[in-house]
Ligand binder design. Structure first.
Ligand code: PLP
Length: 382
């Protein structure tokens, strides 16, 4: 983790705010003006001046500036959710007859959104994390290469530099969902990606109490996304939620260091379990891109049970006490989930996921408590 990033996360510039120690919350929908001329001048620059919070707002702006600085991007726009960021990118950058190439396992709702876009004559293909497949899958109308790395089910890693080089050669815009790593552990824009997006709901917010999203990258692209996807799509991050995310950001460096320490212990532990067929985490991959592009590991990890029956999976999950059953990840509390449902093995296969897969979000309770909870659950199935 870079020292400069720790400073960006923790500093709050409250000049002119009476020395406030935390970010002021501008909980206002609109901003007023002394003269009508001032108002009309501000309206001409709605993406820079404070006019309406479905535009720019000082609290949200503070967060946007920090995220842009952390990701080394020219500009950032925040949204009311990660999906708000994803849909705004598609709405702003795609036209009918365009083609999107998805790389690696992609977050389910993103692929569902793509199904809707097919009604508007936008097509897509999916390729694995293997970079060799990318160039071969590019179509004359490929407009966007959209990657997730690491993916958030099997945690496979895409070579981001090579992907960006291929895209540049074919004049294709590149987007990465960088939620798994956060900008502290991966900076895809420095490797040639045009845009990086985040679900701020996960590690950046960090406390499972807020939903938000962000897009960071080339100023011309973010400006277009701001104008179309954000202002017209309307997925606004509330100033109060921006405050909560700024508060989360202050502890992101220490939280990530702890998530990493805990997950490494959990990997060592899972490696001793006979009931486990395979563990999925970037720490375990022999992929040379990892050393080039990742600065650390977060706590989202999966493993596959040898016994893939739904009954065994259910027994294991229901035996956990510390790990709560639930969606999402990246917060204080350890969570467990699985993509498996009774009788959906074929669907899982089609999505490239094995049966018996369990995903853990390793929280901050401490590795001893986490391991003892897992140990009890393993004892029920062996
Ligand atoms: C990898 C990834 N991207 C995007 C999203 C969407 O974010 P949100 O739930 O904030 O809309 C999620 C949510 O789980 C996610 O896991």
């Amino acid at each position: 983790m870079l020292q400069a990033d720790k400073k960006i996360c923790t500093d709050i510039d409250t000049e002119g705010c009476h020395g406030a120690a935390s970010a002021p919350i501008y909980q206002t929908s609109l901003f007023t003006f002394n003269t009508f001329r001032d108002f009309t001048e501000a309206q001409k620059k709605e993406r820079e001046r404070y006019v309406y919070t479905r535009g720019v707002n000082p609290t949200v702006n503070l967060l946007e500036n920090k995220l842009a600085a952390l990701e080394r991007g020219e500009q950032c726009k925040c949204f009311g959710s990660g999906m708000g960021a994803v849909s705004s990118i598609f709405l702003s950058l795609l036209n009918s007859n365009d083609h999107v190439l998805f790389v690696n396992n992609i977050y389910g709702p993103t692929t569902e959104l793509m199904e809707v876009l097919q009604n508007f004559n936008i097509s897509c293909d999916y390729v694995s994390h293997d970079v060799e497949q990318i160039e071969a899958s590019i179509q004359p109308n490929t407009k966007l290469i959209y990657a997730e790395s690491p993916g958030t089910m099997l945690m496979k890693v895409v070579d981001l530099k090579k992907t960006a080089e291929i895209a540049k050669k074919h004049n294709i815009t590149t987007v990465i969902d960088n939620t798994w790593s956060t900008p502290l552990f991966q900076k895809p824009l420095r490797l040639g990606f045009d845009l990086s997006l985040h679900s701020l709901t996960k590690y950046i917010g960090g406390h499972s109490d807020v939903i938000g999203g962000a897009v960071i990258g080339r100023a011309d692209l973010v400006d277009r996304i701001f104008k179309y996807g954000f202002q017209l799509g309307g997925s606004v991050l509330s100033p109060h939620d921006a405050f909560l995310i700024l508060r989360g950001l202050r502890t992101l460096p220490v939280r990530l260091a702890q998530h990493q320490a805990n997950v490494l212990k959990i990997i060592d532990y899972l490696q001793t379990k006979k009931a486990v067929k395979q563990i999925y985490h970037p720490k375990l991959w022999q992929n040379p891109a990892i050393a080039r592009q990742m600065l650390g590991y977060t706590g989202l990890i999966s493993f596959e049970l040898k016994d893939t029956s739904f009954e065994t999976l259910t027994k294991f999950i229901d035996s956990l006490v510390l790990f709560k059953i639930g969606v999402s990840w990246g917060g204080f509390e350890s969570l467990v989930t699985s993509p498996q449902k009774e009788g959906n093995e074929e669907q899982l296969k089609a999505a490239g996921l094995p049966s018996g897969l369990i995903r853990l979000s390793i929280g901050l309770e401490g590795d001893e408590l986490q391991i003892s909870d897992l140990e009890k659950a393993f004892s029920t199935i062996s």
